[in-house]
Design a protein around this ligand. Structure first.
Ligand SMILES: [Zn+2]
Length: 172
């Protein structure tokens, strides 16, 4: 049985992966849309090695309720097949917001990463600034504490400091 993502306490992200992620979000932002990328890789106990950024076929949506980015079911199936064949697992989804970085109700409800312990990272300001974990809002799908009603996991906020110490962009 493969280890649970909840065990992961350090994440290494090669710089080209961070760059590709940032470029995709920045390009969407230039068009006034939110952008989304996924990080996939391999787990070695408490360490997770991100191997690739997956930029799904996506639809940026502009409505009276604001912006959102959607990935349809066939594309998710295609990504799952790719992950299976490449023996990679999904660790994180990264998406941009026009201004503030936070997890909206939509983000909670329609997250692509659904494994306990996976991450959701929200990049502010349409990714105009260089990519920096410390400037993002980071969440982690966590078991609900026993004193809270309901049994579904929830997206727990991870402090910027904790996120930046856990997730490292590898220079080379
Ligand atoms: Zn969002």
């Amino acid at each position: 049985m493969r280890p649970s993502l909840t065990q992961v306490s350090s994440v290494g992200v090669p710089k080209p992966v961070a760059d590709a992620t940032h470029a995709a979000l920045f390009a969407a932002g230039r068009r006034g849309l939110e952008g989304m990328a996924l990080w996939a890789g391999t787990q070695d106990g408490t360490a997770f090695h991100v191997r690739e950024a997956i930029v799904p076929q996506q639809k940026g949506i502009r409505s009276d309720h604001g912006l959102a980015v959607m990935v349809d079911a066939p594309e998710l199936q295609r990504i799952n097949l790719h992950l299976y064949q490449a023996e990679l697992r999904l660790l994180a989804q990264i998406h941009s917001h026009p201004t503030h970085a936070f997890h909206s109700e939509m983000d909670d409800e329609y997250a692509i990463t659904t494994a306990l312990g996976s991450f959701s990272i929200v990049v502010p300001d349409f990714a105009v600034d260089p990519f920096s974990i410390a400037r993002c809002a980071t969440y982690r799908l966590s078991p609900r504490p026993w004193w809270k009603p309901g049994s579904r996991p929830y997206w727990a906020s991870v402090s910027a400091r904790a996120a930046a110490s856990m997730i490292t962009i590898l220079k080379d």
